[in-house]
Write a protein that binds this ligand. Structure first.
Ligand code: UN1
Length: 496
């Protein structure tokens, strides 16, 4: 009998009203059934939203430092259960243990960082233009927030959204990705144990088309925060646009690493391997283009191929494995389709390009590390997000051309340049169109206390993490206190 998991609504674990469920299976071995989860309908979504709405009336009045104290406890509990959660996460979504430990750590870092904000959450005071009048701005909560999160960072990304939302005094309904509901259940068990009051946090499981869509459309949702594909982001944005709902979007990427002729090639090699094949290429920040100066192209390409061929593929729970499976069958089909597209566009396949199903791995969604050479910027494999272990090498003749190529996609999340030339490094920092730029580091490795997000089709201008996330989850209110005892008119009474 499979384990049966539930939604968390108003402080209680409950089934979907319809009794319907969906399966969650291990992508490294499809015969490993992790459990059954509620396939939530609009009715379940409504119940969660009513609980959140009711709880908001009280939660908004809890002092922010007190809300922060609860988040400290959440951080402590996450820390205690880190290993267990990481193992469950690897089983559920496939990335290797080292990385799932990192994912939980990102949640722990976020908990402590956000908890401290409870005693800051600063507004501003500024002199009034009129005598005997006081002026300040403060942050206020928005209301019920709908959070829709992806499967590639099943702990980190929900915490990036949840903790700041709660700290600001909002209440929340989370719809985690249907591929990683188990990690969300762990997080909610911890939130309950840490003392988050009933109704303040709710989780509803289900598919985006049904559960997510019902959440986005519901009139009681005041804000939608979504991380996922640009296509779904556009749909959500159009619904929210009609309803004038606040929305923050973290969407795709087509991130690149530039390597100039003066770079430390060993360093650039390590960066490219980690950026392209870490998380099996399934990060929004993954390196999917490698832009190489012609003088070092052959040498670095040879080094890369030699190393990528040796990457050990398998079940991420085995500590010696370096790359796990893709998340599901559809993802593997998509990756393989892009490989066919790359070939038909005339790119040269150096390694990989095929499903990996040796021995016992026949039951998982494995794919070989894949590298294409002779890719041109106009090819689809150089422009579209593949979300898999596929790296495209593009040769350039100069620094200027490298910048032009890196900026040549519709996305703008992460970027990287390897060079020892400080002038080029500073030009790159200024001229690359991306939300994140690394100098002599790979495209992945964002820290929780800096803004995270991108330009162009990567989002809609918001930044999670850092101190900027509070601009998503709070409203500014300007307050004027007139203690002159008379009517004073701004702009009119202050002229000489
Ligand atoms: C993502 O790519 O979906 O910078 C998030 C990183 C992580 C977060 C990535 N800290 O790779």
């Amino acid at each position: 009998m499979a384990d049966v998991f539930k939604n968390y609504i108003d402080g209680a674990w409950v089934e979907a009203k319809s009794g319907k469920t969906f399966e969650n299976r291990n992508p490294a071995n499809r015969h490993d059934l992790i459990g059954l989860f509620p396939a939530s309908s609009p009715e379940d979504v409504n119940a969660a939203l009513q609980a959140a709405k009711k709880a908001f009336a009280r939660w908004r009045l809890v002092p922010a430092p007190k809300r922060g104290e609860i988040l400290y406890r959440v951080g402590e509990l996450l820390r205690r259960q880190k290993e267990e959660i990481a193992r469950g996460m690897t089983r559920e979504m496939g990335k290797i243990l080292k990385e799932t430990r990192g994912d939980v750590q990102e949640g722990i870092d976020t908990a402590f960082y956000v908890a401290g904000e409870g005693r800051r959450l600063f507004g501003e005071t500024t002199p009034s233009e009129l005598p005997d009048k006081f002026a300040m701005s403060v942050r206020s909560p928005i209301g019920v927030c709908a959070l829709i999160t992806p499967w590639n960072f099943p702990m980190a990304i929900p915490t990036w959204k949840l903790f700041p939302a709660l700290l600001c005094g909002n209440t929340v309904v989370l719809k985690p990705a249907e591929d990683t509901p188990c990690t969300a259940v762990k997080l909610f068990e911890i939130l309950a144990e840490a003392g988050v009051p009933p109704g303040v946090v709710n989780v509803v499981h289900g598919r985006g088309e049904e559960t997510g869509a019902a959440l986005v459309r519901h009139a009681d949702v005041k804000l939608v925060s979504f991380t996922g594909s640009a296509a779904v982001g556009r749909e959500i944005a159009s619904v929210c646009g009609q309803q004038l709902k606040r929305i923050s979007l973290e969407l795709g990427g087509k991130n690149a690493q530039i390597v100039m002729e003066d770079a430390d090639l060993n360093l650039a090699l390590e960066g490219a391997l980690w950026g392209a094949f870490g998380t099996t290429g399934q990060r929004c920040t993954a390196t999917s283009r490698l832009i190489l100066h012609r003088d070092i192209k052959k040498e670095l390409t040879d080094m890369l191929v030699a190393r990528a061929e040796k990457i050990k593929i398998g079940d991420g729970l085995d500590e010696s494995v370096e790359m796990g499976p893709l998340i599901n069958q559809a993802a593997r089909e998509k990756v393989h389709r892009y490989v066919q597209i790359g070939r038909s566009e005339g790119a040269r396949l150096l390694i990989g390009g095929s499903i990996y199903e040796e021995g016992k791995w026949i039951d998982g969604y494995f794919y070989r590390p894949t590298i294409f050479d002779q890719v041109t910027p106009s090819m689809r494999i150089a422009r579209e997000e593949i979300f898999g272990p596929v790296l495209s090498i593009i040769e350039v003749q100069s620094f200027e051309e490298a910048i032009e190529v890196i900026n040549g996609t519709t996305y703008g999340l992460s970027s990287s340049i390897y060079t020892r030339d400080v002038e080029r490094a500073f030009r790159a920092m200024r001229d690359i169109e991306a939300g994140i730029t690394y100098i002599n580091g790979p495209t992945i490795g964002a820290e929780v206390h800096l803004p995270f997000g991108g330009v162009k089709d990567t989002g809609n201008g918001h930044r999670e993490a850092g101190t900027t996330v509070y601009d998503i989850f709070s409203e500014w209110k300007s307050i004027y206190v007139d203690y002159s005892g008379k009517l004073q008119k701004a702009q009119i009474d202050n002229v000489e």
